[in-house]
Ligand binder design. Structure first.
Ligand SMILES: [Zn+2]
Length: 250
């Protein structure tokens, strides 16, 4: 069973004992440690799961970076506040160009307003685009005409990190660095490391086969605690069995 909160915790514990330090994305940009991991979470939906992960990290003494969308399936003030209180960085997961249906000027107005909104929780200095796989607009294209650095944003992970130096690994598509699933959540990587599962990720860390600088991008909505996963699986399996029974009757 992969993508459980239990195995997430196990991964962090292993990386910690492998000698990695953990920095928020803004800290990495300002003064990167030698051997460091950034836990970058894109909270696309189910912000309660983000709180769960935030608690796990806090219990291990780690700080992570949480990027929230302005839409209501991500933006639940009470839950953002909880994550902030646990000591993590809050950033803006922007999709203004999509929300403005491609109108860059309108998108910029929304960007300013939304950034200000998230700054009511935390002094936001980093932002990353939401991939919007169903959208025809690439949210990054707003920066063809404008510059986020004019808005106090010191870095955007898609533009300001050299992925020949930093190993980027993402759970997009519910597997690690799977190609083909993700349309836009991709970077040009200088590393060729296959990670087949979280258990495999853990083994690579134990064997010291990972680079010194890593950004782990996860979507909290994929990480459930085992109880819920178990229950959901049980319900689904029961449904399948009902269908099977129905077919057998006929
Ligand atoms: Zn996203």
């Amino acid at each position: 069973m992969d993508f459980t909160q239990k195995i997430y915790r196990e991964l962090l514990v292993t990386l910690k004992s492998a000698g990695y330090t953990f920095q928020t994305f803004e800290d990495l940009v300002r003064h990167p440690n030698e051997k460091v991991i950034v836990l970058r979470h894109d909270v696309d939906k189910l912000p309660q799961n983000a709180v769960d992960l935030a608690k796990i990290e806090q219990s291990l003494g780690l700080q992570a970076s949480y990027y929230y969308r302005i839409v209501k399936e991500s933006n639940v003030p009470k839950l953002i506040e909880e994550v902030r209180k646990l000591g993590h960085e809050i950033g803006y997961h922007y999709e203004d160009l999509t929300l403005a249906k491609g109108d860059k000027k309108k998108a910029l107005g929304m960007w300013e307003k939304n950034l200000e909104y998230f700054r009511s929780f935390y002094p936001v200095t980093t932002a990353c685009m939401h991939g919007s796989p169903m959208s025809k607009w690439d949210n990054r294209l707003i920066w063809e005409d404008y510059n986020y650095k004019d808005y106090g944003i010191i870095a955007e992970p898609y533009f300001d990190i050299d992925y020949n130096e930093v190993f980027y690994i993402t759970d997009t598509g519910r597997s690690w660095n799977s190609t083909g699933v993700s349309v836009r959540d991709k970077v040009d990587s200088g590393f060729d490391i296959d990670v087949n599962s979280t258990q495999h990720f853990i083994s690579l860390a134990k064997e010291n086969r990972l680079p010194n600088k890593i950004i782990i991008n996860t979507h909290p909505q994929r990480w459930f605690d085992a109880g819920f996963g178990w229950f959901r699986e049980l319900v689904l399996q029961n449904l399948k069995n009902q269908v099977k029974k129905f077919l057998v009757k006929k």
